[in-house]
Design a protein around this ligand. Structure first.
Ligand SMILES: NC(=O)c1ccc[n+]([C@@H]2O[C@H](COP(=O)([O-])OP(=O)(O)OC[C@H]3O[C@@H](n4cnc5c(N)ncnc54)[C@H](O)[C@@H]3O)[C@@H](O)[C@H]2O)c1
Length: 337
């Protein structure tokens, strides 16, 4: 299956095919210098597949985890490319989850003012969300994603077979982003997730339908000046929780799941909680309210005193509302009541 993302200045294909990674050379032009970036939690044979198919491969394996999206690793990857004589005609291939994709995409955007970038997402979250749409970023000063670029990949290769090695908790974390998209934009997908006895056996369908939502949003608003803010549903509070928790063990999708709870109507919250329980997503969390409030104030989307928040009162629909930082901080009280 191929989904094409069409933007004013570029377009690219997302190829969804089981077994595609084993035939990567037939999907990506690798007859050149190829920087393959992965991390030590991703089974190494995925990057090895790309390495075996590339003419001049350089594989860099970074430590797994959110801290890898750092200025140090950004500089390191650029240095490796320079030392290996990469030119503007060469390319970067990310083989990993959102961490590797966000970092490698920013490296590709920056090297020689931009070289070809290919994304092979290996987590569910990255397959349905982070690999599409061109948002690249690194973390800085304890804040998530304040530095980055909009830089679209040349192609995205989704091989759902790689999810066989992904721990089930990571699958659930990715499903949180699918719930986010369904809740705001696709009532049928939300009901499908609710009714499906075993969503793990329906991942191809869930990936495809989530991708269609993300594609539609990105095509309408590539640079997040309006509609694309809907994809931040759950993220403003989620990031505040995550800023405290990424070192303590909650995954990104789990934080987003929690971040959605105070932003929906009471009726929807009951349905969400039931879905979270089915998918083994967290339904509550305890955290340092003051630390989370500080993180909220630093959130890059905060502007000055208010944030464009996404709220859902009806499944499949959303509304934007400007909320003051103080109102958002009060929403965190949902978790402490
Ligand atoms: N750019 C965007 O639009 C966007 C959107 C959403 C999230 N993000 C970013 O994505 C990041 C989170 O991404 P993530 O949830 O993919 O986390 P991740 O990249 O940290 O991957 C999660 C873990 O799974 C391991 N892993 C990856 N693939 C595997 C596989 N197939 N088998 C076994 N283990 C595997 C990794 O080593 C890692 O330990 C965050 O930094 C977030 O900010 C970006």
């Amino acid at each position: 299956m191929t989904v094409t993302v069409t933007l004013p200045h570029t377009s690219y294909d997302i190829i969804i095919k089981r077994g595609a990674l084993k035939k990567v050379a037939s999907h990506l032009p690798l007859d050149r210098r190829v920087l393959i970036v992965t991390d030590d939690g991703v089974p190494s044979h995925y990057a090895a597949s790309v390495e075996a198919s590339s003419r001049y491969p350089t594989v860099v394996t970074l430590p797994q985890g959110e801290d890898t999206k750092s200025l140090e690793n950004f500089g390191y990857l650029l240095t490796v490319m320079l030392e290996h004589g990469f030119t503007r005609g060469d390319c970067v291939v990310a083989v990993g989850g959102g961490v590797i994709g966000d970092l490698s995409g920013f490296v590709a955007a920056s090297y020689m003012r931009g070289i070809d970038f290919y994304n092979i997402p290996t987590t569910l979250l990255s397959e349905v969300d982070s690999s599409i749409g061109g948002k690249t970023a690194i973390n800085l000063g304890g804040i998530k994603n304040p530095v980055g670029a909009f830089y679209q990949p040349k192609r995205v290769l989704i091989d759902p077979d790689v999810l066989k090695t992904l721990p089930s908790r990571q699958i659930s974390s990715g499903l949180a982003e699918c719930i986010k998209m369904a809740l705001t934009s696709d009532r049928e997908l939300f009901e499908f997730l609710e009714d499906c006895p075993d969503p793990l056996n329906a991942l191809d369908e869930i990936i495809y339908r989530s991708l269609l939502i993300k594609k539609a949003v990105v095509e309408e608003d590539e640079k997040e000046s309006g509609l694309r803010k809907v994809l931040n549903f759950g993220h403003t509070l989620g990031h505040a929780i995550e800023s405290e928790y990424h070192t303590h063990g909650l995954f990104h999708g789990e934080c987003v799941a929690l971040g959605m709870l105070p932003m929906v109507s009471d009726t929807i919250r009951q349905r969400l909680l039931a879905l979270y329980r089915k998918l083994s997503l967290p339904t509550s969390v305890s955290f340092d309210r003051n630390a989370a409030a500080i993180a909220l104030k630093h959130d890059k989307k905060s502007g000055k005193d208010s944030v464009t928040a996404v709220l859902v009162d009806t499944v499949g629909q959303f509304r934007f509302e400007k909320l003051s930082i103080d109102t958002l901080i009060r929403k965190l009280d949902y978790f402490t009541q």
